[in-house]
Design a protein around this ligand. Sequence first.
Ligand code: CA
Length: 388
Amino acid sequence: MRITRVQSHVLQYDLPEELGYSQQYYARRTAHLVEVSTDEGITGWGECFGPGPIAVANKGIVEGVIQPMVIGLDPLHRDAIWHKVYNLMRDHGQKGMPMQALSGVDIALWDIAGQIMGQPIHALVGGAHRDSVPAYGYGMMLKRESVADHVARFQDEAAAILDMGFTATKMKTGLGPEADVKLCAAVARGVEGKGRFMVDANHCYTTSDAFYVGRALDEMGAYWFEEPVAPEDLDGYRELRSGLKVNISGGEAEFGRWGWRQILENRGLDIAQPEVCALGGITEYQRVLALCHAHFTPVINHVWGSAIAVTTNLHLLAAMPPLPGGLHPWEPMLEFDTTHNSFRDELLTEPLDIQGQVARKQGRVAIPQKPGLGVVPDPEVIARFKVA
Ligand code: CA
């Protein structure tokens, strides 16, 4: 079997309302799907992390740079293909957009391998440790409104997400340290007696501001404090982890095994959050997961994007070994975006219906069991939303 074509589909639509996090407001939702075709009629699907114009630029890397390197190769040779592409791109980007582009191609190769072997991806990886995973729902995005309006909305939204059945919920911060502590207190009130909450700063603080917010989170019992400082600030992560009670999490902006080695050896993370659609695909994710577990650092995957990204992560969460194991082991969770996302709800011919599953199964989501990813995007939906 040979690879005959590698195609990108950048999908986009205007959100019903603008959403924000600590770095920017955004009014459109984008998804970047990768379709790998073969000479035997089997097609694989993958996804690249990266919004808006980043997705359009990554399409140029997928089709213009990676495609000529892999045409004619056997799609089963995933690791050989990974290293050929990485080695040829190394001088032009060991991190960032080239790795995001490679990720989508690699995931599509795993989808093809599963279809050839008649096995779901979690079986190819080594077998499922669980047939369902708990999901946490994130929401509570920033808007162009007053602090008081944020406080009222965040308290209601946190309660509403847990009432949907999610096992925990995650909020954004980014209005400034003093206002952010008020938002966190509102969410703590909203979840009281119902479940846990987490806080995502998207690296907006200095170390001292992160300590100010983090000490408040220690008192409120937040489960984790995500990306408190810039991903490059390894010293800041280490100081925060040793000085705060709340778990420090991060890693979604890190890429292959070499960057991850530095993060882990620095001892600045309680919880690692690798992004499979950015760090180099499933092939590299497995090496990063092994590194995390070699440092006894638990992993909760970062998940963002369409139903293809969600499905990819469900397979990986199923195949994640327990750390360290036991009768009642620590369990990973599926990160789930509760904001408006047509690429999650409308893309597949058979929708995952995560929200329905969460409501019916005490916050848990079943692992797909069909060969490969086990899901197929609807060509009509792709045609309707495609912008590049
Ligand atoms: Ca995040």
